[in-house]
Design a protein around this ligand. Structure first.
Ligand SMILES: Cc1cc2nc3c(=O)[nH]c(=O)nc-3n(C[C@H](O)[C@H](O)[C@H](O)COP(=O)(O)O)c2cc1C
Length: 140
């Protein structure tokens, strides 16, 4: 298994309805490919964690890269994974608040540096905690 984290620029003028559609197709398809993860949306950006079998994650990522609802996908982190952080979510959603996105933007700016795996893993665990707390209103 691997875990991949990327960030992208949401298409300008993307609507809540379109984000809902993305979430719905992810939740429909991911169980069949063995993927789990979270989609974070806010501040004109998407950030997504995809975890699952290596081939499944990479295949889905290639498809996602071609999706016109966003652009400029950049992998921030990819690593082997022994367990899932998002096992409960075929695709969770976090409508991020500005503070969280500040943090994400910082990670993004540092993408070319050797950012510690730990930093990313902690960020992803934070996302999982946010999902568990249910403090973000899901789009469903
Ligand atoms: C930011 C973003 C995240 C996405 N995440 C997923 C996902 O986790 N799973 C998925 O199946 N499709 C996801 N999609 C949709 C895919 O790009 C694509 O539309 C979908 O895989 C449909 O593929 P199909 O033509 O094979 O049915 C995402 C799209 C965007 C823009």
């Amino acid at each position: 298994m691997i875990r991949l984290l990327y960030v992208s620029q949401a298409a300008s003028g993307i609507t809540e309805e379109q984000v809902k559609d993305i979430l719905k197709s992810a939740q429909r398809q991911n169980p069949t490919t063995g993927l789990t993860g979270v989609l974070v949306h806010g501040g004109g950006l998407f950030m997504q964690v995809l975890e699952g079998p290596e081939q499944a994650v990479l295949r889905q990522y290639v498809k996602i890269m071609d999706d016109r609802r966003h652009s400029d996908c950049q992998i921030l982190h990819i690593s082997p994974a022994n367990d899932r952080i998002f096992e409960k979510w075929s695709m969770g959603i976090i409508q991020s608040d500005p503070m969280q996105f500040q943090h994400i933007a910082e990670l993004r700016a540092r993408r070319l540096e050797a950012v510690l795996t730990k930093t990313f893993t902690e960020t992803m665990r934070e996302f999982a905690r946010t999902l568990l707390l249910g403090s973000n209103l899901p789009l469903q």
